[in-house]
Design a protein around this ligand. Structure first.
Ligand code: C5P
Length: 300
């Protein structure tokens, strides 16, 4: 028997970052948004932990580790330890989320694994316990469980849903070369010289989401990691320039990058913008709606 769970990519509509904490993490005030790019994770019983990875076209599958260091194995072990059981599983990941792109694909896989194994073994783990296990696996994993649009605080792991009445359309533009999240945070520390006030979620963004007004949303997007990521990767400036030429309403780095997201008026506009980006020599382009659901069972 196998169970398949689908989990979505995330984009930070707002990513406010404060000065580094004693534990090495940064306090965040972020607005997470789940977009329609998905990884599917299928689990089945096995004698030992095993990971296999396949991917859609244009996604660099060789960059995903398949050993015990893969976050899905850590997720599986955390769940079995929590329940005091000795089970193991084969975990097959099919990636539709670009790897090392700032879209939290690994976090999506971890969340999907928790939900899939919970169902496979009928563990009936409570939502609160799943969220705490998720938080230990990574800052973005709890959001991958809940999906839709949500505020993230702490180091990102404390999530609370927000009203989002939009039906937004995005174009994601990927980059051949990934970007490491810790290195972008270090560049942030250097740029801000360790001094940055308490991050806050701005009211105009929450108002834009509640109204479902795309023009207001375009003005309210912000990401404190964009400047440090661009300092590390000046080549990304060309993607931003091309996005404006392609007619995007707004352009923003996704998380710590290097994927860039372009806000579009509707589905038709998104297709046009995606075509224009391809014509401008960006081969890794995807259109995606948002908000979409968090990790959920699709076959059982
Ligand atoms: O929590 P996660 O494993 O995704 O974090 C990866 C790395 O990103 C951390 O080791 C840290 O360097 C950086 N990070 C941070 N502040 C956060 C989240 C992540 O500095 N709030």
């Amino acid at each position: 028997m196998s169970v398949t769970v689908r989990a979505a990519a995330k984009f930070n509509l707002h990513l406010g970052v404060g000065a580094v904490r004693d534990d090495g993490f940064h306090p965040l005030a972020t607005v997470y948004h789940a977009i329609g790019l998905y990884d599917d994770v299928s689990v089945s019983d096995a004698d030992r932990w095993e990971v296999v990875v396949t991917a859609e076209d244009r996604i660099a599958v060789h960059e995903v580790p398949t050993g015990d260091d893969n976050i899905v194995v850590r997720a599986g072990r955390a769940l079995t330890e929590h329940h005091g059981i000795g089970n193991a599983a084969r975990i097959a990941i099919h990636k539709g989320i670009p790897v090392a792109g700032g879209l939290a694909g690994g976090s999506a896989d971890a969340a999907a694994t928790l939900v899939a194994l919970d169902r496979l073994w009928s563990l009936q783990t409570s939502d609160d316990d799943l969220l705490s296990l998720a938080a230990e696996l990574g800052s973005d994993v709890p959001f991958a469980l809940v999906g839709a649009t949500a505020i993230g605080r702490g180091r990102g792991e404390i999530v609370a849903p927000v009203a989002d009445n939009g039906a937004w359309w995005w174009v994601a533009v990927g980059n051949e070369q990934g970007l490491s999240t810790p290195s972008v945070y270090r560049a942030f520390d250097e740029l801000t010289r360790g001094g940055s006030g308490d991050p806050e979620v701005p009211e105009p963004l929450l108002a834009a989401l509640e109204k479902g007004d795309v023009e207001l949303l375009a003005e309210a997007l912000a990401n404190d990691l964009q400047a440090p990521a661009l300092a590390l990767r000046p080549d990304l400036a060309q993607t931003f320039a091309d996005a404006e030429e392609a007619g995007a309403l707004a352009v923003q780095l996704s998380g710590s990058g290097p994927t860039v997201l372009l806000l579009c008026r509707d589905a038709t506009h998104a297709r046009e913008v995606a075509g224009a980006m391809q014509a401008l020599d960006h081969p890794r382009v995807w259109t995606a709606p948002g908000p979409v659901a968090g990790a959920h069972v699709i076959t059982y």
